[in-house]
Design a protein around this ligand. Sequence first.
Ligand code: SF4
Length: 409
Amino acid sequence: MNSADSESLARRLLAAGYVEDSLERADVAILNTCVVRQASENRVYSKLHELKEWKTAERTIALTGCLVGKEGEELRSRFPHLDAVVPIGDYEPFVAELEARYDYSQGEALPHAGRTGVSHYVRVIQGCDHNCTFCIVPKVRGREKHVPMAAVVAECRQAVDDGAREVVLLGQNVDDYRDPNGGGGLAALVREVERIPGLKRLRFLTSHPQDLEVELLEVMASSDVVCRELQLPVQSGDDTVLKRMARGYQTRHYRAIVENARRLMPDIGLVTDVIVGFPGESESAYMNTRALVEELEFDVVHIAMYSPRPTTYAAARMADDVPHEEKLRRLNDLLALSRGIAARKTARWIGREVEVLIEGRDELHRPFGRIRQGKRAIVLRPGDIVAGEVLNMLVMHATAGQLTGLPAA
Ligand code: SF4
């Protein structure tokens, strides 16, 4: 979501004639911020402190993203060297301020110039209507606002015309998508977008177990364009913890979705998020999470230690009662378990042919990209393979995180 916001602001500034440059040469530095965990918020503060040295009377520092939703204008008094606080998505007043301050009228206006890579992120929902007790997102991004289907399709079509080969539809809870003009939900939107000529791949994230519909899984299974990857945060494998998190589902419901998805797409890539050390998470509750991770064999598990976020229900009403060392132990235990599972699962790709969408070259100049199930892939015979190309690769080697192989004959 933050990448999509950065892209959107960058595109607006490029269209106005600005260019990207190194920090040393730049007149304007813009920080796009995340507050989902305390650690991400702390990184913003340390970056702001670092920028004190860089700041001069001629230079501008601006801050946007979720920290603006959380702290608002107070940030200006806490950080006097901060010139502008820009609400997410409301960029025009800031751009006008910059244009009044710096005369870039000689700059070349280049709509979309250079910003559309192989993948293009399209925000279809802003905000979230759920109220998970640990989550600060609804407070900082507000209630859901849905982008009309026609506007989403037009943006995707433009991106493909500009060179994108993959679009990623984004929403904090993307399954909740409803066209405000009555055109249907996410499954209908996916059907519309996948028809765009020249589009090779379509992804969407993040799904919510309470809202994901079987129809969407059926659309995925029947499409050559929609990727076979589901980002479906479970957060806990224990029903009492899920209830305290106010997630709105139980583990048996989550299992049923995975079962359905695998029945329709046996090789689907499954990515989840887990929080360890949520208030009241007993050892046996943690063991239930561990057992669920073991049973469902996720391809990737993003694990976070619970940290209370201000303004959330959990921070106000629940004691943060799992000691830090215990959270860390559970995190490391689950990491080791999930990495072992991922390594075993990726090894199953060895000897198979996979379709890779090339995104660029790595530090060793090897073409890399991703397979339709989401795994990163490296192609070992560079030749003249270019970004945006789709090729079949024979998998020779696999680690937990990536596949390597040769172009298939
Ligand atoms: S669904 Fe829950 S965790 Fe996800 S953004 Fe909304 S409130 Fe936060």
